[in-house]
Design a binder for this molecule. Structure first.
Ligand SMILES: [Zn+2]
Length: 414
């Protein structure tokens, strides 16, 4: 059942449609905005004037026009607003500050001790964020808010991290309430894959498309579906768990209760374990001397670096992982029929090209709709930590992206 809307809400929607059009461009004229959005030239003109008066948009440069006077181009004013993004990964915490365009201005990373109490960590995060903002000279009233990205599953209605893998102490942590208490800005919480996808929509490969999927390879494997200009979240806000697509029916048991999930077969821990098995058997590898000094020295980063440099043992394991990821990509293509798949997250470092090539090859030949269109594959080029940058972009997105959900009038007492 649809609910109606009131004109003030429709006005905000149109403002955000115009702003979104400016944000996705490298300079755009009022005439082009009207063509793109279907709004009348007069409506666009009124909205743009208001955006300029509020300092959100600025005129910069001009485009030649056939016959008439040159058209002024519009861009988002980077200094109009700022946002903070925090990524709480099981292993480390990253914090970034971005401007209105989603550009990273400052960042901080630190490794985490598993013994650290969540509240102590959240307090630390708030202190680091305030320090970054102070160093940049960002006034508090220009800070739109803070986005926090955490491993799922997340109860967004209560701002709770529910039962994240590999982090017992983080069960039922009221992260939204605690972070708001310590940081004193508005807080939005989401899982790391959704955050990374929104970052990609705001300032990465997703800028030019309304429909894409994101495969997030971090400490664990997650996913996000950006469909019709918004994240699809599902009934319980936990859609997009591509990490639990089964790619090997009788494979390694997964903590979700299933076997052979993408996460169980392809996470950094699984990759490391498989290479260690090969090295323990005495296979010839450039990693062998390091392994002799201590198995723990042959970590995921060392393995990916060795694979990129052509080490046979590391390359064999990474190639197999790439095939599993490609299997999952074909499922995504068949189910979602999107135009772009973004691969991102820290675990693609050094091996992104191997993954991208294998996935591209599979998507060219296997999805049913391959003759209609080919799903494009791109590797995220955002910051060291795409989820932290994405967490900051969530704040921009929540404030400025056109969202039809905002149009729905909730009946009194609902
Ligand atoms: Zn699983």
């Amino acid at each position: 059942m649809f609910s109606g809307t009131n004109l003030p809400k429709m006005g905000t929607y149109n403002v955000n449609v115009v702003l979104s059009s400016i944000q996705a461009s490298e300079g755009i004229s009022r005439v082009e905005i009207a063509q793109q959005t279907g709004l009348t030239a007069q409506t666009v003109s009124v909205i743009v004037r208001r955006l300029i008066e509020n300092g959100i948009v600025q005129e910069s440069g001009s485009l030649p026009s056939a016959g008439g006077k040159p058209r002024k181009t519009l861009r988002v004013n980077p200094a109009a607003a700022y946002a903070v993004g925090i990524h709480f990964d099981p292993r480390e915490m990253s914090i970034v500050v971005v401007d209105m365009t989603g550009r990273e201005l400052a960042s901080s990373q630190q490794e985490l001790s598993p013994a650290l109490e969540p509240e102590v960590l959240i307090d630390q995060a708030a202190q680091v964020a305030h320090k970054l903002l102070a160093n940049l000279g960002v006034p508090s009233d220009r800070v739109l808010g803070v986005g926090a990205a955490c491993p799922g599953p997340i109860d967004q209605s209560q701002g709770l991290v529910t039962s994240p893998p590999r982090r017992d102490r983080w069960t039922e942590v009221p992260i939204k309430r605690l972070l708001k208490h310590y940081i004193r800005f508005e807080v939005i919480v989401d899982n790391d894959a959704n955050a990374a996808a929104i970052g990609e929509r705001w300032s990465g490969h997703g800028r030019s498309t309304s429909n894409f999927a994101y495969l997030y390879l971090g400490t664990g494997i997650g996913g996000a579906m950006f469909l019709s200009n918004n994240i699809y979240r599902g009934v319980s806000l936990n859609a997009g768990e591509f990490g639990h697509v089964v790619v090997e029916p009788h494979g390694t048991p997964c903590y979700c209760g299933n076997r052979g999930c993408l996460e169980a077969m392809c996470s950094p821990a699984a990759i490391t374990r498989n290479v260690h098995v090969e090295l323990a058997l005495g296979r010839d590898s450039s990693l062998s001397p390091l392994y002799q000094r201590g198995a723990a020295l042959v970590d995921h980063t060392a393995i990916c670096l060795a694979a990129a440099q052509g080490d046979e043992v590391a390359r064999r394991v990474i190639d197999r992982v790439a095939e599993y990821i490609a299997d999952c990509a074909v499922i995504i293509a068949n189910c979602l029929d999107v135009e772009l798949l973004v691969l991102g997250g820290k675990a693609v470092t050094h091996v992104a090209e191997i993954y991208r090539d294998k996935v591209t090859e599979a998507l060219r030949s296997l999805p049913l709709a391959r003759k209609t269109h080919t799903l494009r594959v791109a590797v995220s080029e955002l910051s060291i930590d795409g989820a932290a940058l994405g967490a900051a972009s969530m704040v921009l997105h929540a404030n400025y992206a056109p969202n039809t959900a905002h149009l729905v009038s909730v009946p009194a007492g609902a």
